[in-house]
Design a protein around this ligand. Sequence first.
Ligand code: SAM
Length: 274
Amino acid sequence: MTLDQLPPLRETLAEHDLLAKKSFGQHFLLDLNITRKIARLAEVGEGDHVIEVGPGPGGLTRALLETGAKVTAVEADPRFAPLLEELSVASGGALTLRLEDALKTNEAEVAAGAPAHIVSNLPYNVGTPLLIKWLTGAFTPASMTLMFQKEVADRIAAEPGSDAYGRLSVIAQATSHTAVVMDVPARAFTPPPKVASAVARLTPREGRPSPERLDALQRVTAAAFGQRRKMLRSSLKVLGGAELCEAAGIAPEARAETIDIPGFLALADALRRR
Ligand code: SAM
């Protein structure tokens, strides 16, 4: 069997007697028109290596394989292994399966020194920790195209001054170019989640901050947004308060949500100098 001869996903699920499990955050995309659109937004194709987290029944995996990309799929639920093995055969071996928790995956080892893109309809319970790992860890993905709850996708791309602007916006935008590229209603999933979803796309900025600078940025943003309604001179008190702000050229009376990315990087640098 080849990719274009595979039965519809609903049939494949029924054949393998598979029902979604809540504990794994399983909400499946069974409409190939939607998964193909995500694969197009990911801008991957022949010669690219994609790491897909949580292939589940393999709807997005099929769409990624159709582009000609090579896919390494990381799945925590072993019930999907037989179905994904069939997909691997149908793809002529372009799909490799790793049955493990993606939080523990060593992406650098998977990528083996070459660039790799990450594409995923993420399980909501581990979506943010996975994103933080890919933004700040040792391995920098060539691009990330990721489905989140819409509220999280909006936070990733939020601008200073907006309610959604917070820690995640600063860490994401200090390391990457970010955009929300597709809204997906709850009814597109089986079973539908309680909230709407959206696909965010992130590509690395040139000159990504060093691990030390990112570490300082994480400390500053945690303190500043931990008390986001307070002036920085009090929310950053334990890190140096007004003195830290002055060293960074930031008004101590300002509040976290008004500070842009260069402002936060200046605060992180001031913290490192202390
Ligand atoms: N990609 C499929 C789709 O679009 O239909 C499934 C998406 S579903 C939202 C999330 C998938 O991630 C499930 O297959 C689930 O078993 C898997 N998953 C959950 N936690 C995981 C983890 N820690 N590591 C790897 N996969 C995980």
